[in-house]
Design a protein around this ligand. Structure first.
Ligand SMILES: Cc1ncc(COP(=O)(O)O)c(CNc2cccc(C(=O)O)c2)c1O
Length: 289
């Protein structure tokens, strides 16, 4: 496997970073999870824009232009003959001292891994997920804003641990006001009487690119698509609930805190949106050439 490291492609065995890298020592850095479908990188411009916004938000200077970064993603896919795959793009603060001071780090470290996709079991899409509300709330926006896709994922990891300990694969995280935020690694939507609602990212969620694409597809298909703060009640009484994310794509939720949703099976609007999403994913995107 070839890894893009620093400013060039290297063999996997040579892809090493310093133990003094602040991405490792402090989770100081940003990242993107991107997918390639049918020889095209999907939503590449949007992912790169969010990467640079996240970097800007933590005062991290990426030593490459957006254009160079996009090309590096495409080149890494090409070097690994990826047509359908998952790309992890990481930018750390770089090698520094054992102290916290980011200004003592030499230069941001860029890492791009393009790998075969590890799909979720088909059974989960066919039957839907059960999720549970966890006690760990989503980071307060004035602490680490959840809109920053940073390497600081302990908030999400702890939530995931609580979900698994409760016998669920995913969880519902609330924000500091007790409103619905998102899952540990996906955005959440509810459908009620044909109206589709998702929390605004200001409610403690990452502004997901799959979320945004699904909103666009829903509106184009003529559905009423709203962004509004939600309570757990709105999920409990929904006709359909689903999650969205680059890795998961669109996956039904059929049980929230032991409240059965939609008769315990994936909903019709969820299925329709998943179909529209897959059509878009396989026909749009930046060619890997
Ligand atoms: C907290 C959070 N919220 C929503 C999403 C969905 O965003 P996109 O639609 O842009 O992908 C994410 C991203 N989802 C994500 C990121 C990293 C790992 C995993 C995993 O499931 O292993 C999932 C995420 O990490």
């Amino acid at each position: 496997m070839k890894i893009f490291l620093g400013d060039k492609l290297v063999d996997e065995k040579d892809a090493v970073v310093s133990v003094f890298d602040h991405g490792l020592l402090y989770g100081d850095g940003v990242f993107e999870g991107i997918r390639a479908y049918n020889g095209r990188v999907f939503l590449l411009d949007e992912h790169i824009e969010r990467l640079y916004d996240s970097a800007q938000a933590i005062a991290l200077k990426i030593p490459m232009t957006r254009k160079q970064m996009k090309q590096a993603v495409v080149d890494t896919c090409k070097a690994n003959e990826i047509s359908d795959g998952y790309i992890r793009l990481v930018v750390t603060r770089g090698k520094g001292t054992l102290g916290l001071n980011p200004y003592l780090c030499d230069k941001a470290e860029v890492i791009i891994i393009a790998a075969k996709i590890q799909l979720y079991p088909q059974e989960l899409y066919d039957n839907g997920l059960k999720i549970v509300t966890v006690g760990t709330i989503r980071n307060h926006p004035e602490a680490i804003n959840p809109r920053i896709k940073s390497l600081n994922y302990l908030n999400n990891v702890i939530a995931k641990i609580e979900a698994i300990n409760a016998g669920c694969m995913e969880c519902l995280m609330l924000n500091h006001k007790g409103e619905v935020a998102e899952a540990s690694g996906d955005n959440i939507f509810a459908v009620k009487n044909g109206v589709i609602t998702t929390p605004p990212s200001t409610c403690g969620a990452l502004e997901g690119l799959t979320r945004n694409k699904v909103m666009e597809l829903a509106r184009e298909a003529g559905y009423e698509m709203r962004e509004a703060p939600m309570a757990r009640y709105d999920l409990y009484v929904a006709d359909e609930v689903f999650l969205t994310g680059t890795a998961a794509e669109i996956i039904s939720v059929v049980d929230v805190d032991k409240r059965e949703i939609g008769g315990g099976k994936p909903g019709e609007i969820t299925r329709k949106l998943a179909e529209l999403y897959h059509q878009a994913a396989r026909s749009e995107g930046t060619p890997i050439e």
